[in-house]
Unconditional design. Sequence first.
Length: 63
Amino acid sequence: IQGEVEDEVVLRPEAIRERLRELDRVLEELSQYRDRSVSEIEASLSLRWTIERELMAVRKDKS
């Protein structure tokens, strides 16, 4: 439609590679909690916060 601005997403290969490297680092860090049970995580506020913070690191914007 004429006069309408489309949202464009610009994909920069290096930015994508950096995000994937960051994801690998976070997943490696989270792997230390793999053997913890859900109830153990729920019972420990500090453990929950640590895991949640790591998950948030995956979502953060790198603008």
